[in-house]
Ligand binder design. Sequence first.
Ligand code: ARG
Ligand code: ZN
Length: 480
Amino acid sequence: WRLSSLLALALLAGAQAQTVIPAVIPTLPPPSASVAAAPIGDSIFPALGQAGLDVLNYDLDLTVDRPGTSELRGTVVLTVTSTQPLPVLSLDFLGPQVLEVRWNGLPAPYRHDQTVGKLIVEPPQSLLPGTKAEVTVRFAGQVGVRPDPDLPINVGWQAVPALGGRVGANFTLSEPDGTRTFLPVNDHPSDPATFTTRITVPAGYTAAASGVQRSEVAAPNGGRTFTFEQAQPIPTYTLAIHVNRFERVDSAAVPVGEGGADVIRRDYFPVGVPADTRDAYVSTGEILKVLADWFGPYPFSAYGSAIVTPRIPALETATLSTMPVTSSNVRVLVHETAHQWFGDRVTLADWSGVWLNEGFATYAELLWAQAQGETGDDMVRGWYARVGRSQTRPLVATTESQLFETTAYIRGALALQAVRVTVDDTAFKAYLRGWVSGFSSQPVTTADLLTYTRTRLGAKAEAALRLWAESPELPPLPQR
Ligand code: ARG
Ligand code: ZN
């Protein structure tokens, strides 16, 4: 527990006329609540999240004073509830130094361990199921560091330094658990939440984020404040935030939302990227139509891409896919667009099931090829040859390094092909649509998909999926 923060609280309380100074200034309570702050229990990331915590909304107010650096300051208000009494709140946070924490507006004791990556907050009384609280965290400084085990990158808040004629930029690339490098969060896909994101940037910069832009207003020194509303819940890792010198390109809305509702279309291109970078994105509307036909209505209010210059993996950030210049091709775009349904709307209960994201998104590449008049046979045979060349294994991952292996993507897609060949395409389409509509508010596991497959398509389809999900060997090529 930080003495300095208590001082800061006292000062702040004094500075704000409307603030009531609490009768008892938060002191140094014994953080005896370690048992109550049990993590969610993810099989790959056992320390992430808090069991019983349900964050409903994150209201962010971020300022990027020097784009291209790792400096970030801001305030987040979390609207929280719980499914069991919680004597403390345990948020994931590797990020900037905490300056202040409030519980329903009043200063609350806290302990921030930037090494472990937990921010423990003690409420005046336990958070009970059926009740809500607002937890405010103000922070400033350098974002946290979370190295990827396999790629030469850190996940989370990215700083792209100025280079040549290009200005410095920032963006999020958080899968699986990088959001905690810059924001206090319940950093697990089983607790999706809505977001309001306000970002203040210096003169000449544009900010973009997941959701629909609500406003753009002047800020001090010629800066601008952009506000975005993500009104449907999304997993924390899918939150997109970008700061760059962007050209925003608006296109005609696409009527693929619920009940044919219009989906807003906007893409963000950094000033100075090669002109042909834009070519792939011309197909975005058509991709939405083809995928919505197979998967059901597009689940959010807007869709597009924000293009980034570093060579990194593309990421299915909600409503605004993060697309490197080097991956600006239609196949990757189809893949990330499909994740809006599979991963962003239908979310994971446990990271071991990440093939449920990657297998469906990879399968969408086949559906797109077929919509272009191809048989897709080459693609399926190519997939089969590729898994045959690598060490195959059951679909459920057991280690962090396995998460984004070929198995999740290619064996996962072949598992869906194995299901498809047991039925006709009408039944397969209803099956895909039913998975999305039935599991949009309930995080999913492989067991859920197996049960759903049996209920929807019968024992033969379930057996086909089970073989591809569970066999240590490579099953035979799926054929009608
Ligand atoms: N979900 C991303 C994609 O399919 C891949 C992200 C890889 N991330 C990582 N930390 N290795 O398209
Ligand atoms: Zn993917």
